[in-house]
Design a protein around this ligand. Sequence first.
Ligand code: SF4
Ligand code: SF4
Length: 196
Amino acid sequence: MYGLGLAKGLMITLKNLTRKPFTIQYPEERVSQHPRFRGEEFGWYEERCTGCASCAKYCPLGIIKIVTSPSGTAKPQGDKYNLEVFDIDIGRCMFCGLCVEACPYDALFMGSGFERGRYARSELVIGIDELRQAEKRPSTWFRPQLENAGYSPHDGPPLSWKEVGREQNRWHQHEKSGARINRADIGEGRSSSAES
Ligand code: SF4
Ligand code: SF4
């Protein structure tokens, strides 16, 4: 019958008028994020990083750039690397987390941020200084112990590496029990390189 479709359409409109809206007035209002959300700022624990570049090799997009040089600080042990460049181009990142999964030393974590609009793509590259300075509030993604403990990267405190490492790793258990692996000379190596 002519006009029936119009009536049905109006009924749907009326129904939706009384329905609670799904949308919110961002940024004044915010939806709560899941603690496993994989965001942009990355958490990097320099004291754990050996410069092995596994994260860069496993990144399917090739957007992590790592440059190292022998530090000359631990020759009896075969030496260690100075990290000179650690760039992550988050403008092209798809937040798959494979770099975090690939890190054998628990040095890299996903972050939780998502508000990083910029006018130039070049400003979306996170450099080593920003990684150093960023607060360590890792996403609980790939860290079941953090999720089990109810940690929230959005309002929880910054965490030290001892609180975030994978429990099953032997070196983590050793560090938690007090037998900490001494990596203090990483910083020493960096300064000696800068002076030379
Ligand atoms: S999250 Fe994925 S795309 Fe982004 S840097 Fe890591 S491996 Fe690459
Ligand atoms: S973050 Fe992990 S995988 Fe990447 S260079 Fe450092 S130790 Fe290696």
